[in-house]
Design a protein around this ligand. Structure first.
Ligand SMILES: Cc1ncc(COP(=O)(O)O)c(C=O)c1O
Length: 429
């Protein structure tokens, strides 16, 4: 039996139409080096989506490998329910030094979905416990994506993923990325809202949609004015992606709850946190009998191996001046895209914030006509990219580039050149 046939026989892949998958031969990754993935035949591919937006410093980064090995010699896992652990304390202390000032308490979990789910539950319980019983609703953006668990799906707004689950979801008020609409939504619903949840600056899974400057800051003001909590979901934007450590910093916003995952462990192991202000944390303090406890926790919460990786990853941000490199690389990529990709007749728009990039394709630039869904134009372009040794993953007709922050000058040139060639091959010049 080959690995290919075993994969088809035994594995159900996420976000994948398995009928198509079964008709094709899967690319099987065996190892990696730096920013490249290597398949079982030894072929190398640039990891242009950072293994789903998680890898930060490249694969097999010596400092992170060593940190995990050292932790393995101590303990692989112990629980945070009723016990503390050395790496989870150490990472929390260091994380609080770098998150926006005013966030003070780290609640651990293990994925972006759990981080947002926890933020929603904390916000709701906080409002109920302070006597704001009417605050039972959430406000979220159109096209939002906050994960795949049922609470996260409730605040999500991508019909393709979420529509079928509608009867299972709690009701959410939804608002567009227009400041006047946001003001209107708060005026109408502010008194019923527990929290507003937002991916600050860029909505990743929606296709790299950008918010207008000042939008986040206005959201903070409106939340304060209406007694609503602000949840920033930086699962995708966090850890340097947009050119600053956290996207909220760019509008000098401190959320009440900050959700982090993906790049938190350098892209090595599942780890997530929901970081809260002291005010939120204090709202949960009381006598045992008061039942103000936050009754929530996952088995692998604060896993020591993942926390050891996260500590090493955080250190690398300083020792390797990662943020400076991101800004320079983003500028280089913006220039390359403007020269080589923007002029192509089937490119509608290029959206970029740091190393979060979306290239939107159109069937006709004049009329801005969309390609029909069943053509799967993005997937076709990504297949053509793969032949050129670059792995990208589309979101509909948007080609997404989320390379590791360690992407080199030469790799950026290769990624953009291959993207141009692939679009020309599939869509025409
Ligand atoms: C903004 C945002 N929130 C939450 C999630 C969910 O994260 P996970 O897939 O780790 O559950 C994602 C994943 O893409 C995301 O982009």
């Amino acid at each position: 039996m080959s690995l290919q046939s075993d994969d088809k026989q035994f594995v159900w892949h996420p976000f994948t139409q398995m009928r198509e998958w079964l008709a094709d031969d899967p690319l099987i990754i065996e190892r990696a080096e730096g920013n490249e993935l290597i398949d079982i035949e030894g072929k190398r591919y640039l990891d242009g989506v950072s293994s789903l937006w998680v890898n930060v410093h490249g694969h097999r980064k010596r400092e992170i490998d060593d940190a995990i090995r050292a932790q393995l010699d101590r303990v692989a896992h112990s629980t945070l329910l009723g016990l503390a652990s050395v790496p989870s304390i150490e990472f929390a202390r260091r994380l609080i030094e770098v998150v926006p000032h005013g966030l003070t308490k780290v609640f651990y979990s293990d994925s972006g979905s759990t981080a947002t789910e926890i933020a929603l539950k904390i916000a709701y319980q906080f409002q109920q416990q302070r006597g704001e019983r009417a605050r039972r609703k959430f406000l979220a953006l159109a096209d939002a994506y906050h994960g795949d668990t049922v609470g996260a799906v409730s605040v999500g707004g991508i019909d393709l993923f979420h529509q079928i689950f509608q009867p299972l979801l709690f009701h959410v008020h939804r608002v567009s990325r227009v400041t006047s609409a946001l003001e209107q939504a708060f005026a109408e619903h502010g008194h019923q809202l527990a929290a507003f949840i937002i991916e600050p600056l860029v909505q990743g899974a929606a296709g790299m949609l950008l918010q207008p400057p000042g939008f986040l800051q206005r959201a903070r003001e409106l939340c304060d004015h209406h007694g609503v909590l602000l949840i920033c979901d930086e699962v995708a934007t966090g850890f340097g992606r947009t050119g600053t450590m956290f996207a909220s910093e760019q509008e000098e916003v401190v959320p009440d709850l900050l959700c982090l995952a993906k790049g938190i462990s350098g892209g090595y192991l599942p780890l997530a946190v929901t970081v809260a202000t002291e005010r939120i944390f204090s709202g949960f303090l009381g006598q045992y009998a008061d039942k103000r406890t936050f009754f929530h926790g996952h088995t692998y919460t604060g896993n020591p191996l993942a926390c050891a990786a996260a500590i090493a990853s955080l250190e690398l941000f300083t020792t390797e001046r990662v943020l400076e490199r991101v800004v320079a690389r983003a500028k280089q990529i913006a220039q390359l895209l403007a020269q080589e990709v923007a002029p192509l007749s089937h490119v509608l728009e290029i959206r970029q914030r740091g190393l979060m990039i979306g290239v939107e394709l159109t069937a006709d630039r004049e009329t801005r006509a969309e390609y029909a869904y069943e053509i799967a134009i993005g997937a076709q372009v990504c297949r053509a990219l793969r032949k050129r040794g670059v792995i990208l993953r589309p979101l509909g007709s948007v080609i997404v580039m989320m390379p590791p922050l360690s992407l080199t000058d030469g790799e950026a040139i290769k990624m953009i050149a291959a993207t141009r060639e692939a679009i020309v091959e599939v869509c025409g010049a």
